[in-house]
Design a protein around this ligand. Structure first.
Ligand code: HEM
Length: 439
């Protein structure tokens, strides 16, 4: 079907002096010629983006709650994280794949959103060069909120994307920056949705939600120019139809989402996790699964984890145990996942001593929490506090072996924590001390 041609009277040229008072280049409306741009395209892209961003934010805030930020120094920032950590409950230990699920959905929805976000930003590009940049106090406030929206979206998605590559080309810590950046971005995003839903509804009422998709290239017409909106003043001829453009964006989005989901789901799909370098570079053998931090990366040597290694247990009393003494305690085996903040997860069969048995041995049966200290030198999360629920779960282990063999040095030999549903960074490796607090 042919779309109604916007054979409207040529728009009145705006305001006296226009365009002479616009500096040459992108501040002039005539600079932006794509006939695809317009409120309908922006609205349809926004409608696809909104649910993905809401899911991504919800699962992101949930994943942050998985750190139990109210305990010890678990908060992303020292001293309780600016007092804005979202934390309303103690993170459960069941189902054991809970963190793998929340973080997998977080990373996948974020990657699904990126191509749509880029297309959305392209669709509103003329507005970013609006001239004059500030017309009034109200306009200045609106521009400031847009700067937070656009800057916030680029910051949050860009840092997330690089984090999947374990690539940190910046001087700040990723987690607090990404998390608090998300607060700023979400505030600007919710304000933007509130302001733009009426525009999107009016556009869909006037042009139909899907009607413009019926037009092939030959019948692709520009949306009517209205001053202050994004349709072009002097449109060029189209070189692609709107539906072809949206199909391209949709394919890019599904492709990015698929390679993210495949690293979370694992199995044969893992080899397609192209954005997860560790997923495709696994060694053979029982210890042949992903490693984020190697022994060398945390400045430990084989001497640090050699025969002189001892575990210091504190609670009602202090106990110092060798690895042999730990191996002589009742051993338990469970299949549990390690799920990382980068979205990958892997389930392995772990064997070791129950944390609750260690609490009893330390004279703190039913402990209310435990501070787990790693031997690692440097690096974040050297200390982690686990909750009473995490200690009490029978599957929570100080693991000594994996898949029937000793842990490898890079997987945390002599002993590491494995707690169901906890984030990977709380599965402390190279444990040196555990300080239980009596109930
Ligand atoms: C990360 C997410 C988003 C970013 C960065 C973003 C960015 C922008 C920018 C910079 C503008 C131009 C300024 C303006 O017209 O006020 C704009 C306009 C608009 N946005 Fe968004 N937006 C996002 C999400 C959404 C969502 C989810 C919707 C869905 C309701 C939406 C609907 C619109 C509409 C209808 C316009 C007006 C287009 C026009 O007047 O021609 N946006 N957006």
């Amino acid at each position: 079907m042919r779309l109604p041609r916007p054979n409207l009277p040529r728009p009145k040229l705006p305001k006296p002096g226009f365009p002479a008072d616009h500096p040459p280049g992108p501040t002039r409306p005539s600079f932006w010629r794509s006939p695809l741009r317009g409120p309908w395209l922006t609205s349809i892209l926004g409608s696809a983006l909104a649910p993905l961003i809401l899911v991504c934010a919800f699962t992101g805030f949930l994943s942050q709650a998985a750190y139990n930020p109210a305990l010890g120094n678990n908060s992303l920032l020292p001293g309780g994280g600016l007092g804005v950590d979202l934390y309303f409950f103690s993170w459960p230990t069941s189902p054991s794949f809970l963190y793998a699920l929340t973080q997998g959905v977080h990373v996948t929805s974020g990657l699904l959103a990126i191509p749509i976000l880029l297309a959305k930003l392209w669709s509103v590009m003329p507005k970013l060069f609006e001239w004059p940049p500030i017309r009034s106090i109200a306009h200045a406030l609106e521009r400031a909120s847009l700067a937070l929206l656009v800057g916030g979206s680029i910051f949050v998605f860009f840092t997330g994307l690089l984090n999947i590559q374990v690539f940190y080309p910046w001087p700040f810590r990723f987690l607090p920056a990404h998390y608090y950046g998300a607060f700023v971005f979400m505030a600007a995003f919710l304000l933007h949705i509130g302001l733009k839903i009426p525009v999107a509804r009016r556009t869909f009422r006037e042009q139909g939600v899907l009607r413009p998709l019926r037009a092939d290239l030959e019948h692709t017409e520009p949306e009517p120019y209205v001053e202050g909106h994004v349709a072009p003043l002097e449109p060029d001829r189209p070189t692609i139809s709107r539906r072809a453009m949206l199909a391209t964006v949709g394919a890019a989005s599904l492709g990015a989402g698929f390679i993210a989901a495949s690293q979370s789901i694992g199995g044969p799909l893992r080899s397609l996790g192209l954005l997860a370098p560790r997923s495709t570079q696994l060694n053979d053998g029982p210890n042949g699964f992903q490693i984020n931090k190697t022994l060398a990366k945390v400045n430990l040597t084989r001497d640090d984890i050699g025969p002189n290694w001892r575990l210091v247990l504190q609670g009602g009393e202090e106990r110092i145990l060798s690895r042999e003494e730990l191996l002589a305690m009742p051993q338990h085996t469970y299949d549990l996942p390690i799920a990382c903040v980068e979205g990958w997860s892997t389930t392995q069969s772990w064997t070791g001593v129950r944390l609750r048995d260690l609490a009893t041995l330390a004279g703190a049966p039913g402990a209310s929490q435990v501070l787990v200290e790693s031997l690692q030198k440097g690096g974040a999360l050297r200390e982690v506090t686990l909750s009473s629920g995490q200690i009490a779960d029978e599957r929570s282990l100080l693991a000594l072996r994996v898949n029937g063999v000793d842990l490898s040095p890079d997987h945390g030999y002599p002993a590491r924590v494995i707690v169901p549903a906890a984030p990977g960074v709380h599965q402390t490796k190279w444990v040196g001390a555990m300080k239980f607090e009596a109930a």
